[in-house]
Design a protein around this ligand. Structure first.
Ligand code: PLP
Length: 379
């Protein structure tokens, strides 16, 4: 068993694992479960500072993204796809799959989305039903400023679908203030429950657009409208994965009780970036650093696999990346339950040893420097 310091799935606490082993009731027939489900959804909404409704769906993070596109898109709809990362670009497939016409707005994959440039583009191009964007594009660690981008799009009446699967609960999100119409999250990133669940947070505008379609949704499982009035009817569109939801609730109870959640993510992420930089290792991005994941370039003369193997020999799993980034970067996931000092110090120590073993010259000892930076940033 490795310590998984990957950008999802993340480590799962004992409280979450115990909650998943509770005795099961029949989630279709026992109305107590409907109450439990609704309460859990309301807890998520309150943690995300919104009056909007949250729905938990029985499927991995991708289901939330697909369901948002499936339920919003009618054939011929124009959709703006903001692309400065692999998940960003990937939304175009979901849009086309359901008959929409994606317009890809491509920006640098090394810098956070330039809000002024987007504003200039929108002045002449704003005939879109909705826009898709990614909060943290995990393969590169790219963080986009949804607090500015979503209100900007909303000014033109463009609905927003935000993939925040790897950012929510590691980066602060205020759904109402940011005017997000559909926020998509997942269980296995900063929430730190096992993979298998996704949640979507829907604004009134998003629901109106979904309910007032003139064509049927070309899916059942990805159709969010099937949840309409589930509480009044005490009826879910399909049998809910009850044990997964018990675990998810325990994870959210821990998040709700954590007064230092965002501060801890900020300090650990900042210290990680400062440490790698001081050691002479190049961070992959120029801007847009997420506090949930740090991505660095492979030093000359060695490979990603060599680093990953060296880490595994020391009991720790880091992640490489995929597609355009395969073999070029290593990712450290310091989100959710991974964002704790002992595990991060251990990770830095293992990385120090693994890199030196491979002949990489480091300007500072990673673990000691990291600890010192954390102490300094905490003050
Ligand atoms: C993890 C993640 C998802 C969920 O999908 P995976 O199957 O785990 O890739 C969606 N979006 C982002 C940005 C993610 O990081």
């Amino acid at each position: 068993m490795y310590k998984i310091m990957t950008p999802g799935p993340t480590q799962v606490s004992e409280a979450v694992r115990m909650a998943r082993s509770l005795a099961c009731t029949n989630p279709d027939l026992d109305t107590d479960f409907v109450e439990f489900y609704k309460e859990t959804c309301e807890l998520i909404s309150s943690l995300l500072k919104t009056k909007n409704e949250t729905l938990i769906l029985g499927g991995e993070g991708i289901l939330g993204l697909e369901a948002a596109c499936a339920t919003l898109t009618e054939p011929g709809d124009n959709v703006l796809v903001l692309d400065n990362g692999l998940y960003g670009r990937g939304f175009a497939d979901f849009v086309s799959m359901y008959g929409g016409v994606p317009t890809i707005y491509e920006a640098s994959y090394e810098e956070t989305m330039d809000v002024d440039a987007l504003a200039a583009y929108l002045e002449n191009n704003h005939d879109f039903k909705y826009a898709t964007l990614v909060h943290c594009d995990t393969p590169s660690g790219m963080l986009n400023d949804i607090s500015k981008i979503c209100p900007l799009l909303k000014q033109y009446g463009i609905l927003t679908v935000v993939d925040s699967v790897s950012a929510t609960f590691g980066e602060p999100v205020c759904v109402d203030d940011f005017r997000i119409d559909v926020l998509c999250g997942g269980s296995q990133k900063a929430v730190s429950a096992p993979p298998g669940l996704t949640f979507v947070v829907l604004s009134t505008d998003a629901k109106q657009a979904m309910w007032n379609r003139s064509t049927p949704v070309a899916s059942f499982y990805a159709n969010l409208n099937t949840f309409k009035d589930y509480y009044e009817k005490k009826w879910f569109p399909y049998t809910m994965p009850i044990s997964d939801i018990y675990g998810l609730r325990a994870a959210f109870d821990q998040i709700a009780a954590d007064d230092h959640l965002y501060e801890r993510h900020r300090v650990i992420a900042e210290a990680t970036r400062q440490t790698l930089t001081a050691a002479g290792i190049k961070l992959h991005l120029k801007s847009g650093f997420s506090n949930t994941v740090t991505v660095f370039d492979i030093p000359d003369g060695i490979t990603a696999d060599q680093i990953l193997d060296g880490m595994k020999q020391r009991g720790i799993m880091l992640a490489g990346s995929f597609d355009d980034f395969a073999g070029k970067v290593i990712r450290i996931g310091h989100m959710g339950s991974n964002a704790n000092l002992p595990d991060m110090v251990e990770t830095m120590r293992a990385l120090d040893l693994a890199l030196r073993d491979l002949g990489v010259k480091l300007e500072v000892p990673l673990d000691m420097f990291f600890l010192e930076r954390v102490r300094a940033l905490e003050n």
